[in-house]
Design a protein around this ligand. Structure first.
Ligand SMILES: NC(=O)c1ccc[n+]([C@@H]2O[C@H](COP(=O)([O-])OP(=O)(O)OC[C@H]3O[C@@H](n4cnc5c(N)ncnc54)[C@H](O)[C@@H]3O)[C@@H](O)[C@H]2O)c1
Length: 267
């Protein structure tokens, strides 16, 4: 078949692996996995085993061969990829969304892309509402993230206590999105996705540690002239990378399904 969508994956970790499996199984009628790339050769060769047929394993080769690239690597990978996506006119799915906030020059550069750049909703929900309210008058937007101590390993409270010793829920941070990104870089993708969808400059971020929690919880509250919105998600971690919420993997499946299907549901 020549008219299958050719897909290349950059990053062969938890997300890359599940994405590759989905492409070669459920999407095999409509897509073809043509390339895999990882800076870690062991990760690359482990994932290469699931693919049948010829697989390109160098970045330039993938950029030439694939119609669509899935980035599942790091914000640095996105920073380096965007100029090349512009050069090669390819479509791209970006999951390390924080790159667009940390390196604002690449967000600007996306305007020169002839291909499409897709940002899945990742670990958060409610992006449809945020996309709509971008055209409304938002008065306030708050992201509250609460995590069990093990998900915040290495973080200290304002009075210097290690999160692992905290006995009850404690606010670790309350402030604006840029400060939050600096202090809690692992939370950056959710905050960046909210910012990109809403384009609201004054997103307030609250980060809490809560020993009673089992799951990472994100709540978005928006007060806009046109609507009030409150959504909350409790995420289970991926078995392959506990720092990644499993919902992120499902959001990539969803966007691939949307790209390859004629029926597109939601905004
Ligand atoms: N949008 C969201 O809500 C969301 C949620 C979870 C994770 N993420 C992001 O998704 C990305 C992948 O997550 P994961 O759980 O699969 O991580 P992972 O650590 O399991 O896998 C990442 C892989 O990418 C490779 N890699 C890193 N930088 C690279 C580069 N510059 N070039 C080539 N390969 C590179 C690593 O060697 C590793 O094998 C991370 O950046 C993470 O922050 C986003």
């Amino acid at each position: 078949m020549t008219n299958k969508l050719k897909i290349g994956i950059i990053g062969c970790g938890a997300i890359g692996m599940k994405t590759a499996e989905y492409i070669v199984t459920e999407l095999r009628e409509k897509t073809e996995l043509v390339g895999l790339y990882d800076k870690d050769p062991d990760k690359l060769s482990a994932l290469k085993r699931i693919a049948s047929g010829k697989i390109v394993t160098d970045l330039d080769g993938i950029l030439k061969e694939a119609d669509l690239i899935v980035e599942a690597a790091s914000k640095e990978a996105v920073r380096d990829l965007i100029p090349r996506i512009v050069q090669y006119n390819k479509d791209l799915i970006v999951i390390s969304v924080g790159a667009f906030v940390v390196y604002p020059e690449i967000l600007e550069m996306t305007k020169q892309c002839k291909g499409n750049i897709y940002v899945p909703s990742g670990a958060i929900i409610g992006i449809d509402g945020l996309n709509s309210l971008r055209f409304g008058n938002v008065r306030s937007l708050t992201l509250t993230t609460a995590k069990p101590p093990r998900s915040l390993k290495g973080v200290k409270t304002a009075d210097g206590e290690a999160v692992e010793s905290v006995k009850e829920e404690k606010v670790l941070f309350e402030g604006d999105i840029m400060q939050a990104i600096k202090l809690f870089p692992r939370n950056i993708n959710v905050a960046a996705t909210i910012f990109l969808a809403s384009r609201y400059e004054n997103v307030k971020v609250i980060v809490k540690v809560n020993p009673a929690l089992e799951r990472n919880t994100h709540r978005i509250e928006i007060d806009a002239e046109e609507a009030k919105m409150r959504v909350e998600v409790e995420n289970i971690p991926s078995k392959d990378n506990p720092r990644t919420s499993y919902l992120t993997i499902l959001s990539i499946k969803s966007i691939l399904q949307r790209i390859t299907s004629n029926l597109k549901i939601g905004s």
